[in-house]
Design a protein around this ligand. Structure first.
Ligand SMILES: [Mg+2]
Length: 378
């Protein structure tokens, strides 16, 4: 199962929640006639950054979207399948790396939609998997009983028979050599894990596949009798992505395939899962809502009265480097989305991608922004 429609009412909730806390850094009143009829969504990895290094003239390109006084002129956001840290922290990191002021509301990460299911698991034990601070991400979304995979696994002696061969520095919740009885924050030995969330790319595939198989096969209680599979959610389904290494790296989609193949073999039943992130059209619909609210924020108009629904874009640009994810997603979302494929990341061809052709192929993000601003007379 690729994606379940679990968000039928979520867009309204998003509008309501975000419109409440929306007027902060863009509150300068602007004439209604100047309001742009377009917005931009930028992928990050392979478009804006490679690793932590800005690429393709991205700082210069983004600065053109602000006024001289530093306030936002053109509504834009980052639409990335990456993550692992709260949106507020990611916004600070991006602001520092790119030399511009970015609001947390302009950062939509692969795991951002997880906040829409918080009501289902708010007081249930859940496990958050992945690099960075997966438990902090889920706690910030409102989940109250969340353990990172690192912490959860550390409570089960010998659950990873290879742990002694691993030399890298995983934070241990307890001293493995100590005879002291463990005191977990939650009763992990009798409380079932109600759901697993793969928040970001797992950093220890072997252990995480092992422990997830334990959770999923044994009804949320590793080492016990077989039970009903708890739900598992993935923040994205990227097979590969462009990082600092010259060729693509395996992404969360690859991890999902590995887990699914192994789980299906050992359990005898197909893994049930839900994947978010691009190219899911929901992500683009959500981005459109946020961009609309940004316009309301910039122009501080009557749109705020109705959550920003009064503004309609004629064009929304998606600038990405990955045809399968960015371009495919914009295609699925349909109008007003217009896709621009750069050559600074996963895609390196001379012509267009054959499977998911973009509306425009261009070398860098700076050229893409230049093209948009000229076309829009902005
Ligand atoms: Mg990318």
């Amino acid at each position: 199962m690729r994606f379940r429609c679990v968000f039928k009412t979520s867009l309204a909730n998003i509008k309501t929640t975000r419109s409440r806390c929306f007027r902060r850094s863009y509150s300068q009143l602007q004439p209604q006639s100047d309001r742009p009829s377009f917005g931009i969504a930028f992928d990050i990895d392979g478009v804006i950054l490679r690793g932590r290094t800005p690429i393709g003239g991205s700082p210069r390109a983004l600065r053109r979207l602000y006024r001289d006084d530093g306030t936002l002129k053109i509504p834009f956001l980052f639409l990335t399948n990456g993550g692992g840290v709260p949106e507020s922290k990611r916004a600070s990191e991006l602001s520092e790396l790119l030399g511009i002021q970015i609001s947390p509301r302009q950062v939509v990460q692969g795991h951002s939609p997880f906040k829409e299911v918080v009501n289902w698991y708010e007081n249930e034990l859940i496990v958050a998997v992945g690099k960075g601070e997966p438990a902090a991400v889920m706690s910030e979304y409102g989940f109250k009983q969340v353990l990172s995979m690192d912490e959860y696994a550390s409570y089960f002696k010998d659950i990873d028979p290879l742990s002694h061969y691993k030399t890298r520095g995983i934070k241990q919740t307890y001293d493995e050599n100590s005879s002291k009885e463990l005191v977990p924050r939650y009763d992990v030995y009798s409380d079932r894990v109600k759901a697993a969330f793969v928040v970001s790319d797992p950093s220890d595939w072997g252990r995480d596949i092992q422990v997830l198989c334990d959770i999923l096969r044994y009804g949320g209680l590793p080492g016990r009798d077989k039970g009903h599979q708890p739900p598992i959610y993935f923040a994205s389904d990227d097979l590969e992505y462009q990082a600092a290494f010259p060729t693509e790296r395996l992404g969360m989609g690859a991890f999902r395939i590995a887990l699914e193949g192994i789980f299906n073999s050992v359990s005898g039943s197909p893994l049930k899962y839900t994947s978010f992130g691009k190219p899911n059209p929901f992500v683009f619909k959500n981005a459109e809502v946020i961009l609309t609210q940004l316009v309301s924020d910039i122009y501080h108009s009557q749109d705020n009265m109705d959550g920003g629904t009064g503004h309609e874009f004629s064009t929304l640009y998606m600038i990405g480097d990955n045809p399968k994810v960015d371009i495919n997603g914009a295609m699925k979302a349909g109008r007003p989305w217009f896709s621009i494929l750069t050559r600074t990341g996963v895609f390196k061809g001379q012509d267009n991608d054959t499977q998911f052709p973009a509306d425009l192929v261009i070398d860098t993000v700076e050229e893409a922004v230049d093209h948009i601003l000229k076309k829009e007379h902005a």
